[in-house]
Design a protein around this ligand. Structure first.
Ligand code: SF4
Length: 400
């Protein structure tokens, strides 16, 4: 998760009475422990998460009182192995007492017991709200007049969100009212900032593997580096993935001829409720996001269809290709795909991007792979930004 999402998600746990904290910021110790406990064949996100978890256990006075949250998923890639793999590492390194909390929609989140219902809704709202604040951060930061102002407002807004989540009743109506108030307060903070917008900042779409794309330690804070080069980034958020998994649920129910079942009805109600929550939380930012509206997941999937139809491909690769096209339509001057080294999603996308680029008149699309040993990101971004500026100028000229 992104930094803000992890903080908000931990606050959602605290809202239902569980003492939760995000893992501390990743650092050199994360790398050391990740390297110590993994073999090197795993995906880079596995190494970073294992390193972060081991760092928590190393510092815990009583590790047996710690539970680690590691979601799981079914899918074509290695993510589904993360939780069992972590269990194996804990068991073979004297941490048998440490629990892994790995709730899954497949069993209606039974692992959370009676807390499942309030947690699922609170957690969803926390992630939506955190994505909205992150979007405000990225829309404002390239144009700040005093360095650090926008980050400070973002931190204050996250504090506000976490406090609101923790202190509001989990009763759905009251909680939503309080969260919308928190969003309005944050909007006011961002709007009060001085901005220097001169139209010279190319818009760069950022897609890629969800962990590496959102975890600034893993991607060497690529978005920040892009901003240093005078770009504005449009980063694919975490909620996009949740909408995708929901849409997959409907597709599979339809394929199995089970659209008129209790399960389908439950999924439909859940979809309505989630959409209503998202709409309410995003409403205060309607004017701020003008021209930067997130496309619906079905629009993303349709944009991917000529290259990777969802019926024949699965997971992030479909979303990334589709989002790249959506962002091109929204005026992006370039697309960057952030993926871990050897990630199958990144590799498949890299094979598709030349066609997307051709179809969009030479749109610069570049994969950046990360494995913790990056050498010259700064130089590569400098070259890339020249291409993006050139493309932006050509597109501008084409339109006139
Ligand atoms: S998306 Fe890529 S990096 Fe992430 S678990 Fe799957 S294969 Fe590994």
């Amino acid at each position: 998760m992104a930094y803000g999402s992890a903080r908000a998600f931990a606050a959602a746990f605290r809202a239902i009475g569980l003492d939760a904290e995000p893992t501390p910021p990743s650092d050199h110790r994360t790398r050391e422990l990740g390297a110590k406990y993994t073999s090197g064949d795993e995906c880079y996100p596995a190494k970073v998460t294992v390193g972060d978890f081991m760092k928590v256990l190393e510092a815990a006075p009583d590790p047996s009182r710690v539970a680690l949250f590691m979601p799981t998923a079914e899918g074509p890639c290695r993510f589904g192995q993360y939780a069992p793999y972590l269990r194996h590492l804990l068991d073979t390194n004297h941490y048998q007492d440490v629990e892994i909390l790995s709730p899954t929609s497949q069993n209606a989140y039974q692992g959370l017991g009676d807390l499942a219902k309030p947690f699922v809704r609170t957690g969803w709202r926390a992630l939506v709200a955190a994505d909205l604040l992150q979007k405000m951060l990225l829309i404002h930061r390239p144009y700040e007049t005093a360095r650090g102002d926008v980050d400070a407002v973002y931190e204050a807004s996250l504090d506000d969100l976490c406090r609101t989540l923790e202190t509001s009743p989990v009763e759905p109506g009251t909680q939503l009212t309080e969260l919308v108030r928190s969003m309005v307060r944050s909007r006011g903070r961002f709007r009060s900032l001085q901005a220097r917008r001169d139209g010279s900042h190319p818009l760069i779409g950022i897609v890629g593997e969800i962990f590496c794309r959102l975890n600034t330690f893993s991607n060497e804070n690529l978005v920040r580096a892009l901003e240093e080069y005078g770009a504005e980034a449009w980063l694919s958020d975490i909620v996009e993935w949740i909408w995708y998994t929901e849409s997959e649920r409907f597709r599979k129910l339809k394929l199995a001829g089970r659209m008129w079942t209790r399960e389908a009805l439950g999924a439909w109600v859940r979809d309505r409720v989630q959409r209503r929550d998202e709409h309410a939380l995003a409403a205060p930012f309607h004017d701020d996001f003008a021209g930067r509206e997130e496309p619906d997941v079905y629009e993303v999937l349709e944009c991917a269809r000529p290259y990777l139809p969802r019926e024949g491909a699965f997971g992030e690769m479909v979303l990334n290709v589709g989002k790249a096209v959506c962002l091109a339509k929204k005026g992006a001057a370039g697309i960057i795909d952030i993926s871990p080294f050897t990630c199958m999603n990144g590799i498949v996308c890299e094979a598709i991007y030349p066609r997307v680029s051709r179809d969009w008149g030479g749109l610069p699309i570049r994969n950046f792979y990360f494995d913790g040993t990056q050498s010259d990101l700064d130089r590569d971004l400098g070259v890339y930004m020249e291409l993006a500026r050139g493309y932006g100028r050509r597109r501008g000229a084409d339109k006139t």
